[in-house]
Design a protein around this ligand. Sequence first.
Ligand code: SF4
Length: 196
Amino acid sequence: MVLETDNRLLMHICCAPCSGALLQRLGDEGFQISGFWFNPNIHPLEEWTRRRGSVADMAASLNLPMRWIDDIRQSEWLERWTPGDAGRCASCYDIRMDEAASMASREGFTLFTTSLLISPYQDHEAVRMAGEQAAQRHGITFLYRDFRPFYREGQNLARTRGWYMQKYCGCILSHAESDHPKKPAYVFTPKGMTPD
Ligand code: SF4
């Protein structure tokens, strides 16, 4: 049970589809939530802009206060892992969690967490570890939960609201590996999903 005075939660938001359901559920539990946008290696810039815009739309529709760090730090991320190993995602999480913990600590939040914990496509344990280590560095508490059972709920909410749904994880490598150029893009209309 979270004390009423200790429930200021900063949620790092990777994208609207991964965060909307969590914001609703945690809000229902009584957390006072602010969102935090910081995703510095989304490639290309057009994609970063699209995801950021979708998060801004979501925040407005949910009356969610936001903190924004709009830095692009692709080179920092690339320098932090050794090509060929599995560390690229770990360094990706570390950069985000360190900034989230720092922001939460500076701005008087009690807790921080991340919407990355909802995705079955992320390395869940690595996200958890990055959050807990960042929490230790900045003297704040990482709210860890396995949010993955709510992934479909979040995707469905995003479809209903018309929030942008990306077709690859985000970085330049995931962009290159995906077959997203071949996938059809869809836009939401009141009548349903239609080809873009
Ligand atoms: S695949 Fe996703 S989690 Fe891994 S480094 Fe790229 S953007 Fe980050």
